[in-house]
Design a binder for this molecule. Sequence first.
Ligand code: HEM
Length: 440
Amino acid sequence: MTIGTKASPRRRGLPYVGHTLAYIRDPLAMMQSHYDRSGPVSDINFIGKRWTVLLGPDACEAALRNADKAFASGDGWGYLVGPFFDRGLMLLDFEEHHRHRRIMQSAFTRERLQGYTEALQPAVIAGLERWDSAEHFRAYPALKGLTLDLATTVFMGGVDLASTEEMARVNQAFIDCVQSATALVRLNLPGTRWRRAIRGRALLEEFLGRHLAAKRANPGTDLFSVLCQITTDDGERFSDEDIVNHMIFLLMAAHDTSTITVSTMMQHLGQHPEWQRRCREEALALPEHPTMAELDGLEAIDLVMKESLRLVPPVPVLARKTVKETEVLGHTIPADRLVAVMMHLSHHLDELWPDPEQFDPERFADDRREDKIHRYAWEPFGGGVHKCLGMFFAGAEVKTILVHLLRRYSWTVDPAYRAPMNYHSLPFPKDGQPVHLTRL
Ligand code: HEM
């Protein structure tokens, strides 16, 4: 331990499960309690291991900026979801990560994003046309179905790729892989989430592997085709195996995150009719198929998106593991320690945000910019070298869905409603988030 630093305070919790159950029940309350009692750096038992927990913007920043390259992403996320998202970009580190990210960046240029955004428009319209007025419309599963259709269209190049039944199996395979994250039993035993995830991964590998040769031979403009084609200036490209690994990770990274973002936006717009009116006016002023630039120009919808990402960050915690001893805010963290970068709390700290539990999109308006109080006060897309590569695509997708939704439907949500969230993996509302939906 470096002279002048100290070990992190430790709160053990229950044997083996430690603080896992408290996290799943109410992650924000669990984080706040640790922050209040033990400060920004403390140790807990979580899913069978000892973790150092980083809370508050300074501690999160230290790990994400990773100045001394002590924090590895692959071994951290690997413990949670490793077997299922193995060798996805987020699970690679240092030189290798840099090389793969450089190749993948060519799939996320402004020009490519414009192409994906064009493909999104008819797919979103077709999906939303299938919705109908209902007093208790379960918005979350409907949105999840919609974003899966978008993944099939924009990511894989068309619904004709597979039958509806096969796509349903692919969807289930993703859900099984993502749900493995907080599984307490991490063994391939009958009936466990872990086993379902292992089977899910095998199904996805087989499915993508089967379509890969055709994508190489007859590429379209979808992301799968693009990953098969891209080459850097130095001639570097992805192998078949890389493409399957990256596709599995990208589908996961893009799917639940965008779904929960739109779902949170729908909840708040249903509870705040004045914001819904404002956003609808903006949506109606756009052409039927808005371009990326037109989506970028949306103001009210952008403010609501940012505020929704603050209130419910789709990835509340980032995982890391130390590859060597390091120090955060005067606390020594030994080598080989799992580290939880709990950014969710920063989005709710009252030392950073006035009235943090209040839905107040104007806090992101130019004349207030409350997020500027700290570079890491609002980081739903992470920070440092692993910062979300799909951030601009996510914005275009979320806004496209909102624009078409606002044009076709209005909806209300009881102002007293609080979504009962499930935090077994990425957050989602357990009750499917009912809204009173009316076709316009
Ligand atoms: C609202 C939607 C989204 C949110 C909130 C989100 C959030 C995040 C976060 C927090 C990270 C950093 C993880 C870490 O540092 O450990 C990340 C990484 C990543 N995301 Fe997203 N994401 C979203 C949508 C997307 C979409 C749509 C795509 C792809 C089309 C995508 C692709 C990626 C990739 C490739 C990485 C790994 C980057 C790297 O390790 O270099 N994400 N995302």
